[in-house]
Design a protein around this ligand. Structure first.
Ligand SMILES: NC(=O)c1ccc[n+]([C@@H]2O[C@H](COP(=O)([O-])OP(=O)(O)OC[C@H]3O[C@@H](n4cnc5c(N)ncnc54)[C@H](OP(=O)(O)O)[C@@H]3O)[C@@H](O)[C@H]2O)c1
Length: 233
């Protein structure tokens, strides 16, 4: 299948590498391919330049967000959460009629909170939207002809593409969305990744819970100092 990964970050790289390994055609979207491939320094999170990743994964094609979405049968959103809505709205036509699996967290990194949460890398970002809306719902409202599924977001993407790396793979992944067929495609991809326990949370409004879970996941991950899974029993 032709699968587009919109995003060149650490998470997008996990999906691109695994999908190539699984024999899919992988098209990676970025804002400006020339600029992305010209970078020679790690980003602010220490992620190495994309050209180094691409040299080790020559099967992937890199193009603009619009061209990647237009070329694909299935699209994964790995654009940073604070920019995803604008970037996806700009390629609304290319995404029309397609399933879009969104794993972005709507983090606000620069914020002025009265009660900050210190972390080893600075302060925990805030979530916006939160509670009464979600990024996934915002994307769905902006792209009514696209079938948005929220998934992958409750895990590091390293774990999403390799569930057996945690607890032998006996843990749970979630999908939420308004379109049953689109959720089925997301579940099919998850099974290809190795997931066996996939819980359908129902309509896309439940993505609010998945996005808000990000803070709990961070709290547990920081306490344990390692990746972990959640199992619904
Ligand atoms: N990494 C994980 O394990 C993980 C797990 C769960 C959830 N998430 C969430 O998933 C999202 C993606 O995470 P990630 O680690 O894969 O990548 P990321 O580093 O958060 O984002 C990288 C992508 O965002 C794009 N971007 C940055 N600023 C932009 C702007 N102003 N306009 C348009 N695009 C912009 C970059 O475009 P260029 O390619 O042009 O540089 C790049 O493709 C985030 O919201 C993150 O919180 C990540």
């Amino acid at each position: 299948m032709k699968i587009a990964i919109l995003g060149t970050g650490a998470g997008g790289r996990c999906h691109a590498a695994k999908l190539l390994e699984l024999g899919h055609e992988v098209i990676v979207g970025t804002r400006d391919p020339d600029a992305t491939l010209a970078r020679t320094a790690p980003d602010h999170m220490g992620t190495p330049p994309y050209r180094d990743w691409l040299a080790a994964h020559p099967g992937a094609t890199v193009c603009t967000f619009a061209d990647a979405a237009a070329a694909a049968d299935l699209v994964i959103n790995g654009i940073s959460g604070d920019h995803a809505l604008n970037a996806l709205t700009a390629i609304k036509d290319q995404l029309a009629g397609k399933t879009l699996i969104d794993y972005a967290v709507p983090y606000v990194y620069q914020h002025d909170s009265a009660h900050k949460w210190p972390t080893p890398w600075g302060f925990m970002p805030l979530l916006d939207p939160v509670d009464s809306d979600s990024l996934a719902e915002q994307i769905q409202r902006a792209l009514p002809e696209t079938r948005v599924v929220k998934s992958f977001v409750t895990q590091e993407q390293e774990t999403v593409v390799d569930p057996k790396s945690i607890g032998g793979g006996d843990h749970t992944m979630f999908v939420s969305g308004d379109d049953e067929a689109a959720k089925g495609r997301a579940a099919q991809l998850l099974r290809e990744y190795g997931w066996t326990d996939i819980v359908d949370l129902g309509p896309l409004v439940t993505a609010r819970g998945l996005e808000m879970y990000a803070h709990f996941h961070s709290a547990v991950g920081l306490a344990l100092g390692r990746r972990f899974g959640v199992k619904i029993v």
